[in-house]
Design a protein around this ligand. Structure first.
Ligand code: CTP
Length: 412
């Protein structure tokens, strides 16, 4: 785990499967590796294992009810959701995974999973037929797509006497996988990242503006992934219909000029700039003070160039961050994106095909990421997962660039 100033905090969710008998061992394995563990059980789990056992090994009172006034007074469920650096549900039963996939919040554990912005890990444990059932398979695909990490299941003898995939991984393996994955995910620990997102609005008069269909989902997912990777994040956003992720500094803007100003203010001491906004290329030379009246059959709009934020950041001569742009293309994606990489002098460009219902305002997307001397395709998946992979790639390319830069400096 990256050097947090305190132990890593794992919220361990135990749902009602026979593998719950291994949960006390899992708590011990996590604690052995330096983690602080808070256990939350479902009602089903309490039929397999007692809260007292888990309290004894975790050293913390175990939580099992959403409506427990005394426990809520000590640490409310939202506070608990914020407390966690990661949530690990082990064992995760078929029923719990179904409830998680469908966003239920009918007990404390499912509510916490919905309320937390921490990375979520699940260790499925069930009969092999239940695991193979298409309902379970589609729930798993949904969860994976949303960025949930699925640990296992393992294969072998099952408590029901049958053999096949569905066994919970062993506690030692689960502890190791969770903590090493967390450490691998905190690739931007201590870095300052500025993300711009959403559309801009270029006003023509007090009631009209020109804008575009950007939903902001990709940029918001990137801001969240950068935060999860340990960065301090400032999100500068045009008007969108979604809430900013918790734990990022948020700056709301409307026009390209406002976004330009806000981004440059936010860039002080920034390490990385990710321009995911769909910024207007043109703006009105001046906003009419009064509503423009209908006066003729035809009208012509005159527009002038809006500032190109990405180009301006890439051109900074002092305090220039690592600059990542996006390229929305309707045709010749790779060729156009490569041209943009060179023309805008950015370090990396993430290109996607737009139009025909693709990319804008939808939940799935795929990206072709290009940089000088490299390319990587990130296949279609949900935007949170896509953002997580993009952030990991940014950290990798930037890291290797800095290492070779350091070597060049030594030799130069
Ligand atoms: N961008 C910007 N400021 C602008 C226009 C674009 O910062 N005024 C950034 C976007 O945030 C994105 C990248 O430039 O990271 C590419 O945006 P895109 O719309 O694909 O390209 P354009 O520069 O508008 O070029 P074209 O319209 O010719 O494709």
């Amino acid at each position: 785990m990256d050097k947090l100033p305190r132990p890593v905090r794992i919220l361990l969710g135990v749902s009602g499967g026979i593998a719950a008998y291994k949960s006390p061992d899992l708590v011990r394995r996590l604690r052995e590796r330096g983690a602080e563990v808070q256990v939350v059980m479902t009602a089903g789990a309490a039929r397999f294992i007692t809260a007292l056992t888990l309290q004894a090994v975790s050293g913390q009172p175990v939580r099992d009810a959403l409506w427990d006034e005394a426990a809520e007074a000590a640490m409310g469920h939202i506070e608990l959701a914020r407390w966690a650096d990661a949530v690990l549900v082990a064992p995760a039963t078929a029923d719990f995974l179904a409830r998680l996939a469908h966003g239920h919040a009918d007990d404390l554990l499912s509510t916490l999973c919905l309320a937390t912005s921490a990375p979520l890990f699940v260790a499925p444990a069930m009969n092999h037929q239940m695991w193979a059932n298409p309902a379970t398979a589609s729930n798993m695909a949904l969860l994976k797509d949303r960025g949930v990490t699925i640990l296992g299941p393992g294969e072998g003898d099952q408590a029901c006497g049958e053999t096949g995939p569905g066994r919970m991984l062993e506690p030692d393996q689960l502890a190791e996988l969770t903590l090493s994955r967390l450490s691998a995910e905190r690739v931007l620990s201590g870095q300052r990242v500025v993300v711009s997102a959403g559309p801009t609005r270029e006003h023509l008069d007090p009631v009209r503006f020109i804008s575009n269909r950007s939903s902001g989902k990709m940029g918001y997912a990137v801001a969240q992934a950068a935060r999860d990777a340990g960065a301090t994040v400032i999100l500068v956003s045009g008007p969108v219909g979604i809430d900013p992720p918790a734990g990022v500094e948020f700056v709301a803007v409307e026009s390209a000029q406002q976004m330009y100003d806000a981004v440059h203010r936010a860039l002080v001491a920034a390490d990385i700039y990710i321009g995911a906004a769909a910024v207007a290329d043109y703006q009105a030379p001046a906003v009419a003070a009064q509503k423009i009246k209908k006066s003729a059959e035809k009208m012509q709009l005159e527009l002038v160039g809006a500032p190109d934020i990405l180009v301006s950041v890439a051109a900074l001569t002092s305090g220039r961050p690592f600059v990542v742009g996006f390229a929305a293309e309707t045709e010749n994606v790779e060729e156009n994106a490569r041209a943009k990489l060179t023309r805008k002098r950015v370090d990396m460009i993430a290109a996607n095909r737009v139009g025909d219902g693709l990319a804008f305002d939808c939940d799935d997307n795929s990206l072709l990421v290009l940089w000088a001397g490299g390319r990587e395709e990130i296949a279609s998946c949900g935007k949170p997962e896509l953002a997580r992979r993009l952030v990991a790639l940014i950290a990798k390319v930037r890291g290797s660039r800095r290492r070779t830069g350091a070597v060049a400096a030594v030799h130069g």
